[in-house]
Design a protein around this ligand. Structure first.
Ligand SMILES: [Mn+2]
Length: 343
């Protein structure tokens, strides 16, 4: 069984950085679907966190209909919501209380919104899972936003302390019940960890990051000089903070997987040149892979070459044998050009 995992499409984002709205990018994804047996949409598929859900849904409908039509009736689509589209399942998940498992099967009628979205994916049979799904006996996949809990800046060393603590077993409901939405991983990391000499630019960087993935207002900013540095800083910190935090979540949930595939942090990997020891939990297990995103982020992409982990079009291929493989589907596509024509 060949399973293609993609996430963080953020369809309908206000700034138009979601590349699947462009026919050229969508065509590449649709072609890739021909070679697989199952598609997993691993969260943040629809941008429902910017306060304009109807516009986002209107943008998502034709794209999801095209995906469902191409997959057809004979192959399944697995839908696992993330934090930006948690409205699809959140009320249902919270109602499960401590009975919520790590791979709960959600009825399509759990919310009116979910019923609508599942309908767009017809004729493909859709399986909705939250907060994760077992893709095989050894591979578990989840969006990954639970990790934000362990990156909160309330204590500057929260992550380190968490890793030293005895791992306390909790259920997913512990994460679902968390009060206010956690700040995004990228804001936290940038605020805490950007080099001091860039301190004056931190607010601008955070604004850009928020504009890409969150509800704040866009600003006119020059990102050109920042892009290579921002990529390095984010890449470094993501691998040393987000990966350990995700491994901590997995341990707390009692998920005993050989591999965990996640999204959320928009950094496809491990890629060639990455230190594989940074892509695993303590003691080397579980090993981790990230799907990347389908967002064009000027801050990270300016003058970048196509073969880098923040390029939109990230995916992970999971097969029965061998390790999951992180790769990019849009590396032959001029997404900067697509962005320039965004409407
Ligand atoms: Mn997310």
């Amino acid at each position: 069984m060949r399973t293609l995992v993609i996430s963080d499409l953020h369809i309908g984002s206000r700034l138009g950085r979601d590349v699947l709205r462009h026919p050229e990018a969508l065509a590449v994804l649709l072609d890739a679907l021909d070679g697989i047996d199952r598609l997993v949409l691993l969260g943040d598929v629809i941008e429902l966190a910017e306060g304009r859900p109807r516009q986002a849904l209107a943008a998502a409908e034709p794209i999801l209909r095209a995906i469902g039509a191409r997959v057809g009736a004979g192959r399944p689509i697995v839908l696992v919501p993330g934090n930006h589209d948690r409205a699809l399942t959140r009320s249902w998940a919270r109602a499960q209380g401590s009975a919520l498992t790590v791979d709960a099967l959600v009825p399509p009628e759990a919310t009116a919104l979910l019923t609508e979205v599942v309908g767009w994916l017809a004729p493909a049979p859709v399986e909705v899972r939250t907060p994760g799904v077992w893709l095989s006996s050894r591979v578990w996949a989840t969006h990954g936003h639970y990790l934000d809990r362990h990156l909160l800046p309330e204590s500057a060393y929260g992550l380190r302390k968490a890793r030293l603590e005895r791992v306390e077993r909790v259920g997913p409901i512990e994460y679902e019940r968390a009060g206010r939405p956690s700040v995004t991983w990228v804001e936290t990391l940038l605020a805490r960890l950007l080099p001091r000499r860039l301190a004056g630019l931190t607010d601008s960087v955070i604004d850009l990051a928020r504009a890409a993935t969150g509800p704040s207002s866009p600003r006119r900013l020059s990102s050109g000089g920042l892009a290579p540095l921002a990529r390095r800083v984010l890449g470094f910190q993501m691998q040393r903070s987000a990966n350990p935090a995700l491994a901590h979540v997995v341990a707390r949930l009692g998920v005993e997987a050989e591999w965990v595939v996640y999204g959320h942090v928009h950094r496809n990997g491990p890629r060639d040149g990455d230190d594989v020891t940074l892509w695993s939990g303590p003691g080397g297990r579980p090993r981790l892979a990230n799907t990347g995103s389908w967002i064009y982020e000027p801050l990270l992409l300016h003058r970048g070459t196509a073969a880098h982990p923040y390029w939109p079009g990230g995916a992970v291929l999971v097969e029965d044998e061998g390790d999951p493989v992180a790769f990019g589907l849009l590396e032959g596509v001029d997404v900067a050009g697509l962005h320039g024509r965004a409407t």
